[in-house]
Design a protein around this ligand. Structure first.
Ligand SMILES: Nc1ncnc2c1ncn2[C@@H]1O[C@H](COP(=O)(O)OP(=O)(O)OP(=O)(O)O)[C@@H](O)[C@H]1O
Length: 324
């Protein structure tokens, strides 16, 4: 079967990124800004294929906004309105995620990566925008406008979420098997036998020894907790995995194990993944395409190799050179 990278090799239609003016007081962060050149996208090769997830004009603010900052032309200092103090954590973000593809979202702390992910998983309520999800209803309806019952169903059947902080994704005092069973019950499974066998199978796949299956995650190392989260997220066979800084805080060898596991999951299950990280090294290992976020906006996007080899935006250049 053709790999995602091969599929991307014959691209021709471009998506234009836009250089973002940098406020004077932040000029130390960026040496110069040159216009971001149009980049190839995967569209030409996949023109016939509908995206698995399509996000359009997604925004999330903390605060009510004012006439000044709600004007799309407003120049904000970072992501905060200087007049009313509203934080525009995610601003007008759009992207498409295709079946079996891994898309990386990279950016410094506070750039809006987690907020974006949490809007997709309904942990947070988006202020505006649309999200279409093909595996749910063919991608016909904006899922942000659905009832809370339907949102819950999407959360339980379409998305699997792995949080940066395992305490958000796991019940630390329940056994690992119970954590997985909880997710399976939420997606409609009622067979204790099936939940047990599936749980043991998944824990085996993420290298948790069978003898630890009934132990609570609070007795596990950080890397093991992340692997239980991944097993739980996979338990209802979601077509889309959301991975938020899954390797942050892990030592390098454990980090490498988790990254290998993610690549293996993609190979074995053809799951689409959205991978958030502030670490371009992680993105380099995992992502076919990458979006770079700064102050709530996507400032550059492209195939990961292109972003790494020919970064256009000064902020991306800084990020890439810091890897050298
Ligand atoms: N509940 C909140 N109230 C006000 N501002 C918030 C809230 N949650 C997040 N923010 C702000 O939104 C912006 C984006 O935060 P977010 O956590 O999405 O960034 P991030 O890129 O994921 O950072 P990190 O890598 O540190 O997790 C930040 O400026 C943050 O201070």
């Amino acid at each position: 079967m053709e790999s995602a990278k091969e599929a991307f090799a014959e691209c021709e239609v471009g998506v234009t990124g836009e250089a973002v003016a940098v406020p004077k007081q932040e000029s130390h962060r960026v040496s110069h800004v040159r216009p971001v050149q149009p980049r190839p996208s995967i569209r030409s090769r996949r023109i016939e294929e509908d995206p698995c997830v399509k996000v359009q004009g997604l925004s999330r603010s903390f605060g009510n906004g004012c006439a000044y900052c709600l004007d799309p032309r407003a120049v904000l200092e970072r992501n905060r309105c200087p007049r009313c103090g509203t934080v525009h954590a995610v601003r007008d973000v759009g992207f498409e995620l295709y079946s079996g593809e891994i898309v990386g979202i990279v950016g410094e702390s506070g750039s809006g990566k987690s907020t974006l992910m949490q809007c997709l998983y309904f942990d947070q309520t988006a202020s505006s925008g649309s999200i279409f999800v093909k595996p749910y209803d063919g991608g016909h309806r904006n899922i942000l406008e659905l009832s809370s019952q339907e949102k819950r169903r999407i959360r339980n059947t379409v998305f699997g979420m792995v949080y940066q902080n395992p305490y958000l994704g796991l019940r630390m005092d329940y056994s690992s098997l119970s954590n997985i069973a909880e997710q399976m019950i939420a997606s409609g499974d009622r067979s204790v036998f099936h939940m047990r066998s599936r749980g043991e199978e998944l824990l085996g796949q993420v290298n948790i020894p069978t003898v630890r299956a009934t132990d609570p995650p609070r007795t596990f190392s950080g890397g093991m907790q992340q692997r239980v989260q991944i097993a739980k997220a996979l338990s209802n066979n979601p077509p889309v995995l959301l991975l938020d800084e899954v390797t942050t805080g892990l030592d390098l060898s454990v980090q490498a194990n988790v990254l290998d596991l993610i690549l293996q999951i993609r190979r074995d299950f053809n799951v689409s993944m959205l991978v958030v990280s502030h670490d371009l090294g992680v993105i380099r290992m995992l992502a076919d395409r990458t979006f770079v976020m700064l102050d709530g906006r996507v400032i550059e996007e492209g195939l990961t190799d292109q972003i790494l080899e020919d970064p256009q935006h000064a902020y991306t250049q800084q990020l890439v050179y810091s890897l050298l």
